[in-house]
Design a protein around this ligand. Structure first.
Ligand code: MD3
Ligand code: FE
Length: 207
C-alpha cells in the first residue's frame, strides 16, 4: 500500500496457510453458535449485501428502526455473542500493543457480488484505540480515503491472511470494499467454504 495514509498499516500474508485454517475453524464455530444475519440500512431498511455475525462482549448491527449500533446479544437468537477466539486476542496484543482487549469482533461474510460502500466507522465511543482487521478467502479490491468523503482515495487488494491496522489519523478515514475479486486460488478454507467467498474480521474497542 502506498504510504499516503499515515496510521494505516497493511501486513500482507500475516497469517500463514495453517493459521488461516485454524482461524476458519474458530469462525465456523462462532457462526454455528451465532448464525449469520442481514443488517439493514437505517431509515431506508434496504438490506446490506454483506451477511454478518459477531463475537466478543459487543456486536455491531443495523436495522431500519434503531440504525447502526453495538449490542450485547444476537438480534435473532437473543443469545450473548460467543467469546473472541484466543488467537485473535493474541494477534491484537502483538499487532496493536493496545493495553485493553478488543470489545467487538465483527465477522463480515461476502458473497461474490457483495460490496461495502465508502463509509467511516463512527459508532464507537473511543476513536483513540486502533482497529485491526483480517481477511480470509477471496481477494477484494479495498478502497481507503481521507477523513473527508471528498478526499482522494486509493485502491489496493486485500488477500486471504492479510492484516490491516488502522490507528491514529487513519482511524477515521473513509473506506469500503469495491468488489470481491474472482479467485479460484483462494477459496475460503474449510470449514467456512460454502458460507461465502470472503470473510473479514474487524476487532474494535467500543466504549
Ligand atoms: C480503514 N469492513 O465492517 S475491514 C466494516 O472488509 C468494514 O469487511 C471492511 O469496513 C471489510 O466497517 C473493511 C478494514 C477496515 C476497518 C476499519 C477501518 C479498514 C478501515 C477504519 C478506518 C479506516
Ligand atoms: Fe468500516
Amino acid at each position: 500500500m502506498p504510504d499516503i495514509v499515515p496510521g494505516a498499516l497493511h501486513h500482507p500474508a500475516f497469517l500463514d496457510a495453517d493459521a488461516q485454517k485454524r482461524l476458519a475453524q474458530e469462525i465456523a464455530e462462532v457462526i454455528a453458535a451465532a448464525p449469520l444475519f442481514t443488517s439493514r440500512m437505517p431509515k431506508s431498511g434496504l438490506p446490506m449485501s454483506v451477511r454478518m455475525t459477531n463475537c466478543g462482549p459487543l456486536g455491531w448491527m443495523s436495522d431500519k428502526e434503531k440504525g447502526y449500533r453495538y449490542a450485547p446479544r444476537h438480534p435473532e437468537t437473543g443469545a450473548p455473542w460467543p467469546p473472541i477466539p484466543q488467537m485473535l486476542l493474541d494477534a491484537w496484543d502483538a499487532l496493536t500493543g493496545y493495553p485493553k482487549p478488543p470489545e467487538a469482533c465483527l465477522i463480515n461474510v461476502y458473497s461474490e457480488d457483495a460490496k461495502m460502500g465508502l463509509h467511516q466507522d463512527r459508532d464507537e465511543a473511543d476513536f483513540d484505540a486502533p482497529i485491526l482487521s483480517f481477511s480470509l478467502g477471496a481477494d477484494c479490491r479495498f478502497r481507503l480515503g481521507g477523513e473527508r468523503r471528498a478526499e482522494k482515495t486509493i485502491a489496493f487488494t486485500l488477500c486471504s491472511g492479510d492484516a490491516l491496522i488502522l490507528s491514529g489519523p487513519a482511524r477515521l478515514c473513509f473506506h469500503g470494499v469495491d468488489r470481491v475479486l474472482p479467485s479460484i486460488l483462494t477459496p475460503l478454507p474449510a470449514p467456512l467454504a460454502g458460507q461465502g467467498a470472503r470473510v473479514n474480521l474487524t476487532l474494535r474497542r467500543v466504549t
